[in-house]
Design a protein around this ligand. Structure first.
Ligand SMILES: Cc1ncc(COP(=O)(O)O)c(C=O)c1O
Length: 384
């Protein structure tokens, strides 16, 4: 017997964890002001790039004495640039509890060949933050996008540390509080919480990070695309919009539009409230069901952006196949696109809850998730 489909559908089925949904008010005609076919070094291009930097500062509350740069290759480019420029001056400690953090470990241990202290935790868990030695430079991911586990706050990072903190905050920035006094390098990309376009990364440097850049030269070569200093001095232009190489002015225009939208919903507080409401709708759903649960074991570490879910029903025979089938059913009905768990993560679902997603869409999607679950359980027993 077919299980009845819910009556209401989400207005927007886009729940991908990157690229993430465009802001609700998005319309491609709003990008008409992009200075296409003009040099990014012309005044109009430089003004737009500077506006992207200063808009970021305003909404994220980045202190005036921190430097913000637009860099190539999205968040990955920004993280790699930070590690290649800064690490090696003192010990390094790498913290990882999901796939992206694990990727940074590989780079530091296998590519830079540093004898780093590596602390890892399984998907759903967080490493023991109390054990971190801040005499070292510490590299970590604020919100683990592929496990839905985030650090609860920055209280575990001492203000008087000797090492630097390098934080991949790509799925946290614009959805969670980032304590700037605890972060020396912070990176994110436009394609995540604000629903911008991929390609460009942002790197935010504390005064101590700048001091390191100007006083330390790594032993390994640095390609032009990574170079932040010249003759031992920071290349200041990068932090005023004079990008290292050519940016997409269409992507810049799109980011400026996203920043405007962020202002219109109340800036960072508004964005956080939207993500919290989205995630809470899912948490409430899970709390009332025996068959689905958050992958993050400790509620204090549950992400409000990349909410990762696992199926817990004992009737499920093939966990990976079951989760894939659910995602496929929801995609086929145009209810939820791209919500399968990340390829390296445990079987399950991942639903993006950042501020560009409407809570009404999450609420409309959840009964369909129940429908897909019941339908799949029925299909499984019919096949048995
Ligand atoms: C935590 C984290 N780091 C890095 C990346 C890579 O980002 P990008 O593809 O924008 O370079 C992602 C993308 O999902 C991510 O979630």
């Amino acid at each position: 017997m077919a299980i009845e489909q819910p009556a209401t559908r989400p207005g927007n089925p886009r729940f991908s964890s990157g690229p993430c949904a465009k802001p609700p008010a998005f319309d491609v005609t709003k990008l008409a002001g992009a200075p296409l076919g003009r040099s990014h070094r012309a005044a109009i291009g430089k003004d737009k790039l500077l506006a992207a930097i200063e808009g970021t500062r305003e909404i994220l509350g980045v202190p005036a004495n921190y430097k913000i740069g637009i860099v190539p290759a999205s968040d990955t480019g920004a993280v790699e640039m930070a590690m290649w420029n800064l690490l090696g001056a003192r010990g390094a400690e790498m913290l990882a509890w999901e796939s992206f953090g694990a990727g940074w470990v590989t780079d530091v241990v296998k590519q830079l060949k540093l004898d780093a202290a590596v602390k890892t935790a399984d998907y759903g868990e967080l490493v023991d933050l109390a054990s971190v030695d801040f005499n070292n430079d510490v590299v970590f991911t604020w919100n683990g996008t592929t496990s839905g586990v985030r650090v609860p706050n920055g209280d575990w990072i001492p203000s008087d540390r000797d090492g630097l903190t390098i934080c991949d905050a790509t799925s946290a920035a614009f959805a969670q509080d980032l304590p700037w006094d605890k972060l020396d390098v912070t990176t994110f990309s436009w394609q995540k919480v604000l629903g911008g376009e991929a390609a460009h990364g942002m790197i935010i440097l504390s005064p101590r990070a700048v001091e390191r850049l100007e006083s330390y030269t790594p032993t390994w070569p640095l390609p032009k695309i990574f170079r932040l200093t010249k003759g031992g001095k920071l290349i200041d232009g990068i932090f005023k919009g004079e990008t290292i190489n050519t940016p997409s002015m269409l992507a810049v225009e799109d980011y400026l539009l996203a920043l405007d939208w962020a202002r219109s919903v109340g800036g960072l507080d508004g964005l956080k409230a939207r993500a919290d409401a989205n995630a809470q709708a899912i948490f409430n759903f899970c709390a009332n069901r025996h068959w689905i649960a958050n992958l993050a074991t400790d509620p204090a570490t549950r992400s409000n952006t990349s909410v990762c879910l696992k199926f817990t029903d004992h009737r499920i025979q093939d966990g990976a196949g079951f989760a894939k089938a659910i995602a496929k059913r929801l995609e086929a009905e145009n209810i939820a696109l791209d919500i399968g768990a990340y390829r390296d993560a445990p079987a399950g679902l991942r639903v993006w809850c950042g501020g560009t997603v409407e809570t009404s869409d999450i609420e409309a999607m959840l009964p369909w998730l129940e429908w897909a679950f019941e339908t799949e359980i029925a299909a499984q027993s019919a096949a048995a």
